[in-house]
Design a protein. Structure first.
Length: 184
C-alpha cells in the first residue's frame, strides 16, 4: 500500500513539472491592407519548415551553425500545421475568396491553383528574426507553374521568447502580404 501511494504521489509531482512552461503560437493573421477579389479556387498543398521547427522548443541561432532551444518556451502547435492554417485564413481575407483550402481539399473538385510553400529559414539571431521562403503556384488546368523567392528580417526588440515570437509573427505577416500580392 505504501509503495502504491508513493508511486501515485511521484507521478503527480512529475506530471506537474512536465506541464510547466510557456506555450506560444503565431497570432491569427492581420487584416490585409489590400483586398482583391478572385473567384479561382486555391489549394494550399504543403508548407514545409526546417527540421528545427519540428521540435516544440523555441529555437534561436547563436551563430550560422549553432542553434539552442530556449528553456521553458515551447510552441503550442506544430509549426507546419499552424502556418498552413494561417496562410489559408489570410488568403481567404486578402483575396476575398472563401474557396482557399488546405490539403486534403475536402471539396468536390481539385482546386484550379495549387500552392506549395517551402520555408528554409525562420529563426532569431543577433536581435533579428530571419524568414527565407520560396513558393510555387501551379495552374492545374494549363499545367504552368511559377516560383517566387521571399526574404525578410525583423528586429526583435529583445532576446526573450515574447519578443522573438512577436517578431516572427511580424515577419510571417510580411510573407503573407507578399504571397497575396503575387497570386495573380
Amino acid at each position: 500500500m505504501r509503495t502504491t501511494l508513493f508511486a501515485f504521489f511521484l507521478i503527480l509531482m512529475l506530471g506537474g513539472c512536465a506541464g510547466s512552461g510557456n506555450y506560444y503560437i503565431l497570432s491569427n493573421p492581420s487584416q490585409p491592407v489590400h483586398v482583391r477579389q478572385t473567384h479561382t479556387s486555391i489549394g494550399v498543398e504543403t508548407v514545409t519548415v526546417p527540421k528545427y521547427l519540428f521540435k516544440r522548443d523555441l529555437a534561436v541561432a547563436k551563430s550560422a551553425n549553432h542553434i539552442v532551444f530556449l528553456s521553458g518556451a515551447q510552441w503550442a502547435e506544430d509549426m507546419d500545421e499552424g502556418l498552413t492554417r494561417r496562410v489559408v485564413t489570410y488568403l481567404q481575407h486578402a483575396l476575398h475568396n472563401p474557396d482557399v483550402h488546405a490539403y486534403p481539399w475536402g471539396v468536390e473538385q481539385q482546386p484550379k491553383r495549387i500552392l506549395n510553400i517551402a520555408i528554409s529559414r525562420f529563426i532569431a539571431q543577433n536581435g533579428k528574426v530571419y524568414l527565407d521562403a520560396s513558393w510555387s503556384l501551379e495552374d492545374t488546368q494549363s499545367g504552368r507553374s511559377t516560383s517566387h523567392l521571399f526574404s525578410t528580417s525583423v528586429e526583435t526588440g529583445g532576446s526573450d521568447a515574447e519578443h522573438i515570437v512577436a517578431a516572427m509573427d511580424r515577419a510571417f505577416g510580411r510573407f503573407e502580404a507578399a504571397l497575396a500580392r503575387g497570386l495573380k
